[in-house]
Design a protein around this ligand. Structure first.
Ligand SMILES: [Ca+2]
Ligand SMILES: [Ca+2]
Ligand SMILES: [Ca+2]
Length: 377
């Protein structure tokens, strides 16, 4: 697909972030790229971690022009998914980064037979040792073409890649909790409920029986939670990143309006509660829980910012924020997913925007980077 056509389609999807009525970021923090002392909610509350100035974690070639999702393997290898929406001459792929930050292509994403594209985004390892990733076809075809893929791994290598679940709109984040797998779908595109999105749950047993075919509807029985994004700058993108805290609670945030939700579970895995816990920010892409503290790191694509949220919804805004950058200096360039490796906060820069979307990042450039901060907890 031509880049311009794709960009127009993506505009409808990802023109996201913050309403025009939102106050602009403080100029000093946005422009100077300084670590900001995060506000403390209440005396006695846990303090927010602080972050160093970011550095370049990886410089990536054109072959990896639009990185998105990440996960850590059992041996500490970092996997990074690249749907490569910026330059679609390159196929979507997943790279593996070792502990010395040397990387290689782990696998190329199989193309969808109807769209001709393979677009890996969110990823997580399952209890079966295989790697599962969201194959986001929404930018090519909105008619339930997105999938969940299973990379069957043998001896640390990708042996083959199978369709585990077929029929999402925009499968985005993927996370396992025991034998339950959760997948967020950012758009349901229901006419009478604009901004509807949701989270699906699958069990390992069900996935082991063969490809799960979803009902082409927002009423598929695998849906365990739904969300409604309030239009923000005309954007209604919904559930995006997901993470699970040390107590097994699930969190997600809407891309379009930044509303954060928490889901708790009963012993049998059914949903016990679902509540909105924060409306402090206006854009949420990927999120990641630091299990040593239960601090939840949030990437804000709109403002090139990192926020940190506590499980009770206490939000420490702008733990990091910087102005426009091509990323070659390590500064954020439309950050889309965080992950923690030891005391490193590694942040992928998606860098795929258009000026009219109103993001700090105006458009893709030819620098493709992943950033890294040092965390002081
Ligand atoms: Ca995402
Ligand atoms: Ca860049
Ligand atoms: Ca850029």
């Amino acid at each position: 697909m031509k880049k311009t056509v794709l960009a127009m389609m993506v505009l409808a999807v990802m023109a996201a972030g913050c309403g025009k009525t939102e106050k602009a970021a403080p100029a000093t923090t946005a422009e100077e790229g300084k670590a900001v002392k995060a506000p403390q909610a209440d005396a006695g509350q846990p303090k927010a971690p602080t972050l160093s100035k970011p550095k370049v974690f990886l410089d990536l070639p054109e072959e990896v022009n639009g990185p998105d999702g990440m996960t850590l393997g059992p041996d500490g290898t970092l996997y990074v998914a690249a749907p490569n929406f910026v330059d679609t001459n390159y196929p979507g792929l997943i790279i593996a980064v070792d502990k010395d930050n040397k990387w290689e292509v782990f696998c190329k994403a199989p193309i969808h037979p109807e769209t001709g594209r393979g677009c890996p985004m969110g990823m997580d390892f399952g209890p079966d040792g295989n790697l599962y990733y969201a194959d986001n076809q929404y930018f090519s075809d909105k008619n339930y073409k997105s999938r969940l893929m299973r990379v069957v791994i043998e001896d640390g290598k990708a042996k083959n890649i199978e369709v585990a679940v077929d029929g999402f709109k925009l499968s985005n984040a993927v996370i396992w909790k025991g034998n339950d797998l959760f997948v967020s779908d950012t758009f349901f595109d229901v006419e009478d409920t604009p901004g509807l999105s949701g989270i699906f749950r699958f069990t390992l047993d069900e996935l082991n029986k063969g490809t799960v075919k979803l009902q082409p509807s927002h009423k598929d029985p695998h849906i365990i939670a739904t969300f409604i994004t309030v239009p923000n700058r005309g954007d209604v993108a919904g559930a995006d990143g997901m993470t699970i805290d040390s107590k097994g609670n699930l969190y997600t945030g809407n891309f379009g309006d930044g509303v954060m939700s928490k889901i708790t579970f009963n012993e049998d895995g059914s949903v016990k509660s679902q509540e909105i816990i924060s409306k402090e920010i206006t854009c949420c892409d990927g999120i990641f829980c630091d299990l040593t503290t239960d601090d939840i790191y949030i990437t804000d694509s709109r403002y090139n910012a990192i926020h940190v949220m506590r499980p009770d919804g206490t939000m420490f805004k702008d733990v990091w924020k910087n102005g426009a950058s091509d990323g070659s200096d390590g500064l954020l360039d439309q950050p889309c997913e965080p992950i923690i490796r030891g005391d490193e906060l590694i942040v992928v820069n998606f860098d795929f925007a258009s000026p009219e979307w109103g993001l700090i990042n105006k458009e893709p450039d030819d620098k493709h980077n992943i950033s890294v901060f040092t965390i002081t907890r």
